[in-house]
Every structure is written in structure tokens, then in C-alpha cells.
Design a protein around this ligand. Structure first.
Ligand code: APR
Ligand code: PHB
Length: 389
């Protein structure tokens, strides 16, 4: 087989890139090692920046998001027993949308199928080859047979544990990482959200987040020790701990119920530089990971896909390599700002064992300053709604 762009990974980055390339008349094939059902079964965050929604609209996959997504003008920060609203729309003129990543992925899958584009699921052992030449290719195994795709470019959209970044010579790549000393225990429940907007809680027992998937499906997270196991957290213990971290108004409005999903995820900040290696580009989690506190993971996957699609359109339409030569620096400039914001939100809101009393007081002082200063509120808001592409 031959195509212009071989995309490894059918998550948000790969699927959105595929549609953006298709919209520019650039044919592409996606190789995905899992089944569509497996990809859709992943429970992930669900907060979209306006720029991400605009990209879904650009590829004709935004209709359901506009119908079912919840548009939010603000968030609340809770600390010291009270809540403080950050009016993001007033500060920036922008809003965010709550719409699950699973739904984004499904809408992109449906758009891809409607366009008759090729996605090879259950493609095992995908390997990028000769991406430092002008004739890259990707080998893989499907139905027990070895196969290969010749291409002009490879897009590594295969996530943090993918093969693309791992295929780069160690001397050609530099990584930056911070592992946080705690995890997030998340629960999904068919219960009405405790509030119509998200509540980020700084508490002496640890961080808690109240969010949602719809007006009848809630998502809650509590910070937990990294070595905790899900079996240690029966629903009753989760709800009790969550109540101990929320303000009284939230406790009074909390509707508990059986979990329909419950999992513990570690938190890390990670960036690989550069994001281009000859004719192979990295996009999304393949190149960077953020702690979910800033809700940036999906939105960075989207902006990477945007930058790469524009660069490849310039290459094919204008016979110019300027865009692909600038891709890594352009994407990393936005990535690092989002990594900083996600690190800052995580540092301000979570309990860090090593900083003890002093660190906790600094957090409360920072939170008090953020909610009391128009400049600081605006700074949080413009990062949260998403910096310009
Ligand atoms: N061959 C083919 N496919 C692969 C391989 C491989 N060797 N390795 C991984 N994949 C697939 C995974 O099965 C997954 O479907 O690549 C896809 C990567 O998708 P994501 O991990 O979702 O990454 P990305 O598309 O960059 O989206 C980032 O997803 O994980 C969340 O929090 C993250 O919100 C962020 C978003
Ligand atoms: C979610 O809805 O899962 C979510 C929202 C905002 C975050 C993290 C997770 O910062």
C-alpha cells in the first residue's frame, strides 16, 4: 500500500489529523493496534477549548458536541472552606465545553468512516522505518500477515507508550519529566453533578475535583497515594472521602450513587524534544503528557494535529517545507505553556508531603491572590480556556 501520510494511532490526535489532512486533499491511512471498541472504552477527561471545538467543526465532526456538550463560562476554586468563582468568559470572552473524549473519538471515527478513509484496526507490531530518508515506510502485521505502507511522511500519534518515539535514536531526542508523588482516583456515577460548573478543591486531606459528563452523569476525582489499589476504595469510602474534602454547600448538594467506572491514574509532566525526526512527526501524547489538573491533554493533541496539518498542506500545495521545518518549534511553544499551566495548577491544588505546613500556606496565599487579583484571575482564565493556536 502507499499513501501520503501514514498515521500510527487512532486516538484523538491521529483521528483529528486524518480528518484535517483529508479536508486538504491529503490522503492518509491510520494504523491502530486496538479495536474501535477498545479505543472507545477508554475513560478520559472531557473538557474542550474553543479551538478544539472549532477544529471538530472544520472537519465536520462538531455537530453532536454543539448539541450535547455543556458550555461553561467559569470554574470554581475551593479552599479554606469556601468557593470562589473564576468567571472565564468575563475575563477572556471565551468558554470551555464539557464533552467526553470518548464522544470526540466516536464523532471523529464516524466522520472518517463517512469519508471512506482507511483505518486498519488490530494492526500489530507497527514499526516506522527509514524516516530519516525521503522514502519512509511503516511495517505492521494484520491477520497474521506481514504488511507495509510506503508513504511520504509518518505521523506518530500512538500515545505515551507508542512505538514512534521509541523508534528514535536516543541521541536524537531529549526528554523532560516530572512524576508527581500521588495519583487521581476517579469515579463515574449516574448522578446529577454537585454544581453546574467544575469545582477544584484544595484541602488539607488532598485535592478533589467535581466535574461531569452531562446533567445526569458526574465525574469526581480525589488525590490518593500512588501505591493505592482500586480494591482499597469501595464506593462508600470514596464518597466519604470526597465529602471530607468539599465545602459544606457542595456536601449538601452531593448526590452519591454506585460507580459505573472507577480507576486510579498516575500524574506526570513529560515533553519530548524535538517533535520531528526527518519525515516522522510526533503529535499528542506520543510527544507530551500533562497532569489532568489543567485539562490540556486532549486540547494539546488537537493543536498538534492542527499545526501538522497546516504544515503538510503547505508542503503539498505550495511545495514549501517551511511549515514542516517549523512544526516542532511551533508545537512545542504551545505545549510548554500548557505544561507550565498544568504543573502550576497541580502544584497549587494538591497536598505535597514534602512541603508540609510552609508549602500549604504558600498554596493558600497563591489561591487567595489568584481569586482576589483581576490580573491573576485573568492569567488563570486565559490559560484554562486555551492560549491562541
Ligand atoms: N501501533 C498502533 N497503534 C498504537 C500503537 C502501536 N504500536 N501504540 C499505541 N497505539 C494507539 C493506542 O491504542 C491509542 O488508540 O495509539 C492511540 C494513541 O491514543 P491516545 O493515547 O489517546 O493519545 P492521543 O491521540 O495523543 O490523545 C491524547 O488521549 O490519553 C488521552 O489524556 C490523553 O487526552 C489525551 C489524549
Ligand atoms: C474531567 O471532566 O474528566 C476533567 C475535567 C477537568 C479536569 C480534569 C478532568 O481538569
Amino acid at each position: 500500500m502507499r499513501t501520503k501520510v501514514a498515521i500510527i494511532g487512532a486516538g484523538p490526535a491521529g483521528l483529528l489529523l486524518g480528518q484535517l489532512l483529508h479536508a486538504s486533499g491529503i490522503d492518509n491511512i491510520i494504523l491502530e493496534r486496538q479495536t474501535p471498541e477498545y479505543v472507545l472504552g477508554r475513560i478520559r477527561a472531557g473538557l474542550l477549548e474553543e479551538g478544539t471545538v472549532a477544529l471538530l467543526d472544520e472537519v465536520g465532526a462538531g455537530t453532536r458536541a454543539h448539541r450535547e456538550g455543556l458550555v461553561h463560562d467559569g470554574i470554581e476554586l475551593a479552599f479554606g472552606g469556601s468557593r470562589h468563582r473564576i468567571d472565564m468568559k468575563a475575563a477572556t470572552g471565551k468558554t470551555v465545553m464539557i464533552y467526553g473524549q470518548t464522544e470526540v473519538t466516536l464523532d471523529l471515527m464516524n466522520a472518517r468512516e463517512a469519508a471512506g478513509l482507511t483505518t486498519i484496526y488490530e494492526a500489530s507490531d507497527a514499526q516506522p522505518h527509514e524516516f530519516d530518508t525521503d522514502h519512509p515506510r511503516v511495517s505492521y502485521v494484520k491477520d497474521g500477515a506481514a504488511r507495509e505502507i510506503a508513504c511520504d511522511f509518518i505521523a506518530g500519534c500512538d500515545g505515551f507508550h507508542g512505538v514512534s518515539r521509541a523508534s528514535v535514536k536516543p541521541q536524537a531526542i531529549r526528554t523532560f519529566e516530572r512524576i508527581y508523588p500521588f495519583g487521581w482516583l476517579g469515579i463515574l456515577s449516574e448522578t446529577p453533578p454537585v454544581s453546574h460548573e467544575l469545582i477544584y478543591n484544595n484541602h488539607e486531606r488532598g485535592f478533589a475535583l467535581c466535574t461531569m459528563r452531562s446533567t445526569h452523569r458526574s465525574r469526581y476525582y480525589v488525590q490518593c497515594p500512588l501505591d493505592d489499589h482500586i480494591d482499597q476504595w469501595p464506593d462508600e469510602r470514596f464518597w466519604d472521602e470526597l465529602k471530607r474534602r468539599l465545602d459544606q454547600k457542595a456536601v449538601d448538594h452531593l448526590v452519591t450513587g454506585p460507580s459505573i467506572e472507577k480507576s486510579i491514574a498516575p500524574l506526570r509532566s513529560f515533553v519530548a524534544e524535538p517533535m520531528r525526526f526527518g519525515r516522522m512527526f510526533l503529535a499528542g501524547d506520543a510527544a507530551h503528557i500533562v497532569p489532568p489538573t489543567g485539562a490540556k491533554g486532549l486540547n494539546l493533541a488537537a493543536s498538534d494535529a492542527h499545526y501538522l496539518a497546516v504544515a503538510l498542506r503547505e508542503y503539498y500545495d505550495e511545495k514549501s517545507s517551511a511549515g514542516i521545518d517549523a512544526y516542532s518549534a511551533t508545537a512545542l511553544a504551545r505545549v510548554w505553556k500548557a505544561v507550565r499551566f498544568s504543573w502550576w495548577m497541580t502544584s497549587m491544588l494538591h497536598k505535597f508531603p514534602d512541603t508540609e505546613g510552609f508549602g500549604a500556606r504558600i498554596q493558600l496565599a497563591e489561591l487567595d491572590y489568584v481569586v482576589g487579583s483581576k490580573a491573576a484571575t485573568t492569567s488563570l482564565a486565559e490559560n484554562y480556556v486555551g492560549l491562541p493556536f
